[in-house]
Design a binder for this molecule. Structure first.
Ligand SMILES: [Zn+2]
Length: 597
């Protein structure tokens, strides 16, 4: 059952199929590689369209380290000679002009354990699926000469740099230093067949662009009328591989249409809305959103209430909806999809991908890719965190379509109906977050997941490390947060007073500032973790390794020291959350005359 208000139903009916399609068509005209004239033309179009709808726009320019492939070759050299179809990737080095030849070693999925059990130094490592930043890190840590991914029939372009945003002196050492190539499935299977019979030598050559280019961020703003300093950040990248009709022209079209409809109702916005278009996502590993995150750190920390991200909307055949979210935004995300378009979605933990550059600030977030195609139309399955493994229990899970990150991502791959449907979901999400007096955040689930995670880590550590104080603290937090949620729900339903609304919201924002960094980051508020999968409560996760190590080894002692420091960080943030919850409960009770049950 849809729970749309009359005003929301009216709002959604104003999404114009013609307008959103016209934007998608316009944006599909340019190849939008970051740092090139095509990207600039798209940004000029976006900015003009925002201004035509009465949004105040600002353009920022910054220097971004970018990389893209220019050409690649690969060949089996012995026991027989056979050329292979190959591409290289973004933000990886070139090989010497003459290429490089080495013995090949096959490592299956290329997990950490696969590397640990093999001798790869000086060899070309072959792994299943798309090369990933984690595989690049593992390959170079183990001294590999290069990395080759076996993709499917369609070979997808990728930026495989492990460093999130523009590197620093500390993170630059994690940039890719080895050549990275992808080959197709047929060549990959042939190569694997030869490897079963004996040693195989492979030659690869890669030419890449690697350098600094000026890139533009455009932000369109609608001012709220009650709390104009608070804002919802609605973002998506504008750069692409090739024409990027779906990724990300369609999502940019969605963002423009959301801006237009919201602009027509701006008088109803309680909070401001910032619609931000990032460069350097596709060829710079999120350099645009990271630049914004770094350069407006305090403003975001003080005032950003939610980050909504749009990526790859409107694909033909995209009938499956998934809500990438955090525990505190899960109910909101699923409810928005249900109410806007009558679909049941499945929720997944927000992955370390796609311009999620605001976790350190403690900004809760929802969505990235939203509508997915069924497995038979998907780019790849089971190889990347964006593609769920086949055979998993639960709802039918989709993937990004086969043409994703290829020259085939053109306007004919979009479906106007899907594009309108996806746009309605985003419109309702941003609207509710900007309009509803009480923020749509519920931290009870967050506290519960934190508790379960820390308890599981304690069990895994056995007697090797004491997480008891953390367990005690998250249990205490759980009780307090349940009360915050109860009071927030009451204010939400009964709409008591502006003072009560503000007291609740201050609490909900404060809980995010403390708990998002704990649950999603190791780097903390002021830095960015690498672009590799992040486990829940990453600071404590290494406790799992402790029992495998000899207690008197250097490594065990180093790890214990590290874990003590990490435990301090987690305890510090949990204390901050507990204080915030306590203050919020007292404040809301005081202004609403509520007594504890
Ligand atoms: Zn994208």
């Amino acid at each position: 059952m849809s729970r749309l208000t009359a005003e929301e139903a009216q709002l959604l009916s104003e999404v114009s199929a013609e307008r959103v399609w016209a934007h998608a068509e316009a944006l599909a005209r340019w190849e939008k590689v970051s740092g090139t004239p095509g990207e600039l033309a798209a940004v000029d179009y976006i900015q003009a369209q925002l201004e035509a709808c009465g949004l105040k726009t600002t353009r920022y320019e910054f220097e971004s380290l970018l990389g893209w492939p220019e050409s690649a070759g690969a060949e089996i050299r012995s026991p027989e000679r056979r050329p292979m179809r190959a591409i290289t990737h973004g933000l990886v080095p070139s090989t010497p002009e003459e290429g490089l030849e080495a013995e090949a070693v096959y490592l299956g999925a290329g997990r950490e354990a696969d590397f640990r059990g093999s001798e790869v130094a000086g060899k070309l490592v072959i792994t299943e699926g798309m090369p990933s930043p984690l595989k690049v890190l593992l390959a170079q840590e183990h001294g590999a000469a290069g990395l080759i991914g076996i993709q499917e029939e369609h070979i997808h372009e990728l930026c495989v740099s492990p460093v999130w945003g523009t590197p620093t002196t500390k993170t630059a050492r994690n940039l890719a230093r080895i050549p990275v190539i992808s080959i197709g499935r047929a060549d990959g299977e042939y190569l694997k067949g030869l490897l079963k019979a004996g040693p195989v030598r492979v030659w690869v050559r890669a030419r890449t662009f690697w350098g600094w280019r000026k890139t533009p961020i455009v932000v369109g703003e609608l001012a709220g009328s009650v709390e104009p300093e608070k804002f919802v950040l609605f973002s998506g990248h504008h750069c692409s591989w090739y024409f990027g009709a779906m990724d990300n022209g369609a999502a940019n079209a969605t963002m423009l249409e959301v801006g237009r409809v919201l602009g027509a109702h701006r008088g109803h916005l309680r909070r401001s809305v910032r619609i931000a278009f990032w460069p350097g996502h596709t060829q710079g590993r999120y350099s645009g959103s990271t630049w914004y995150a770094d350069n407006f750190w305090e403003e975001i920390y003080d005032h950003c209430v939610l980050h909504v991200n749009a990526d790859s909307t409107g694909a033909r055949g995209a009938e499956i909806y998934h809500a990438l979210c955090m525990p505190e935004t899960r109910e909101f995300a699923l409810g928005v999809i249900r109410d806007a378009i009558g679909r049941e979605a499945y929720a997944e933990r927000m992955p370390r991908a796609g311009d999620q550059s605001f976790w350190g600030h403690g900004v809760p977030s929802i969505f990235m890719s939203l509508s997915l195609v069924p497995p038979e139309l998907a780019a790849e399955r089971g190889q990347s965190q964006l593609f769920t493994a086949a055979g998993e229990a639960g709802p039918v899970r989709g993937g990004l379509p086969w043409f994703w990150h290829t020259a085939e991502d053109t306007i004919d791959k979009l479906d106007p109906e899907v594009l309108v449907r996806d746009t309605k979901v985003y419109l309702l999400a941003v609207w509710r977050a900007a309009v509803e007096p009480v923020l749509p955040l519920r931290y009870g689930e967050t506290a519960r997941e934190l508790k379960e995670t820390v308890e599981a880590y304690q069990a895994a550590a056995g007697g090797a490390f004491d997480l008891g104080p953390v367990v005690d603290r998250v249990r205490r937090l759980e009780g307090l947060v349940a009360e915050v949620d109860r009071l927030a729900e009451r204010v939400r339903v009964e709409g008591t007073s502006e003072e009560a609304v503000r007291a609740v919201n201050a609490g909900l924002v404060g809980l995010g500032r403390a708990l998002v960094p704990v649950y999603f980051t190791a780097a903390g508020p002021f830095d960015h973790d690498l672009a590799v999968p992040v486990p829940p409560v990453p600071l404590l996760e290494p406790v799992r390794r402790l029992r495998e190590l000899r207690p008197d080894s250097d490594e065990a002692r180093f790890l214990k020291t590290e874990l003590v420091r990490n435990r301090n960080k987690v305890m510090f943030f949990l204390r901050q959350a507990i204080e915030t919850a306590g203050r919020t409960i007292a404040a809301v009770r005081e202004v609403s005359g509520d007594q504890a049950d």
